[in-house]
Design a protein around this ligand. Structure first.
Ligand code: GH3
Ligand code: MG
Ligand code: MG
Ligand code: MG
Ligand code: MG
Length: 295
């Protein structure tokens, strides 16, 4: 693990580095508070730091205070080194945001043990951050296709219409035509494969941000304001592209068509009004023979 050693005294700094090196850590050394702060605020910041109390430029507690103020998804674990043994200083150091402290002159075994505690804390924290990120991803994405799920794409629509001000977000509600036949003739697995392929075509057209699965074989495609040309043409080329895509599955090769209902959403338009308008247009597209775009 990479560890910052911030200590102005050369001899102590070298000893710290060598002790930490012996238990397999790589150290970054600085001899003053400001460069310690710069290292701790860098994007590739070490996850663990041993910080001297008294240093030129800025003292240890002030460095810690600034690092904590700034906030960080993965905050460094900081051990304060101090010659002062007084309770007040320990309280001040911990109050500034240190995780632990070690009195100088330090005992090698104790330093290694405290760094080991720090390493465990950092690993625990990283695991928590990762599982939180994984949960957030799962909560926003459809597991079959990897597209945004219904709630996430509708949130995106709301956000884009808010940003649109005087433009419109074009909304295409897309439903695969006679999709039931794919399941009936080639099986459910093949049906799933078709859904994944359609999803990837939609991603290509709308970006991962602008494509979502509403449920079943129904998708939502968004186009931001300011895109070139009529949104109708945009959705019609999506429709055409889908119709031309031949999809290989384990049980056979198939192609499908889709019908799309288009509606325009301006800032302040209620979500259910947009969806109703798109749904009405989709209904017309189905009634007029499918494989078409209506608005
Ligand atoms: P229409 O042109 O009128 O839309 O006809 P359709 O057959 O596409 O529509 P219908 O609503 O009758 O059938 C949709 C089918 O989609 C029924 C359902 O079993 C299937 N389906 C929904 N979700 C999934 C899924 O995740 N995987 C697979 N394989 N099939 C699904
Ligand atoms: Mg010092
Ligand atoms: Mg249907
Ligand atoms: Mg359908
Ligand atoms: Mg449907």
């Amino acid at each position: 693990m990479k560890i910052l050693v911030a200590e102005d005294d050369l001899t102590s700094r070298r000893i710290l580095s060598s002790v930490l090196g012996k238990i397999g850590h790589e150290t970054v050394e600085t001899s003053d508070g400001l460069s310690a702060l710069a290292v701790l605020e860098s994007p590739d910041c070490p996850r663990l730091a041993v910080l001297d109390w008294m240093m030129p430029g800025m003292d240890g507690p002030e460095v810690i205070r600034r690092v904590r103020e700034k906030g960080n998804d993965r905050p460094p674990y900081i051990i304060m080194l101090t010659t002062r043994g007084s309770k007040e200083d320990i309280i001040a150091g911990l109050g500034a945001g240190a995780n632990d402290y070690l009195a100088k002159p330090f005992d090698t075994g104790e330093l290694q043990a405290r760094v080991e505690v720090g390493r465990r804390m950092v690993e625990l924290q990283d695991a928590l951050v990762e599982s939180r990120e994984a949960l957030a991803y799962q909560a926003a994405h459809d597991s079959l296709t990897g597209l945004l799920n219904r709630r996430a794409i509708l949130d995106r629509l709301a956000a884009w219409t808010m940003e649109a001000r005087d433009g419109h977000v074009a909304v295409g509600l897309l439903d695969i035509d006679h999709f039931k036949r794919v399941n009936d003739t080639l099986g459910h697995q093949a049906g799933d494969e078709v859904l994944r392929r359609i999803a990837s075509v939609m991603k290509e057209f709308c970006g991962a941000d602008g494509a979502g699965r509403m449920g079943g074989e129904e998708f939502l495609a968004l186009r931001r304001p300011g895109g070139n040309g009529d949104p109708f043409n945009f959705f019609d080329s999506l429709r055409e592209r889908i119709a031309k895509t031949s999809i290989k599955t384990e049980t056979g090769t198939v192609s499908v068509t889709a019908s799309i209902g288009v509606a325009l959403a301006a800032a302040g338009t209620a979500e259910d009004r947009i969806l109703t308008a798109a749904d009405d247009a989709l209904y017309r597209a189905k009634n007029l023979g499918r494989n078409r775009v209506e608005r």
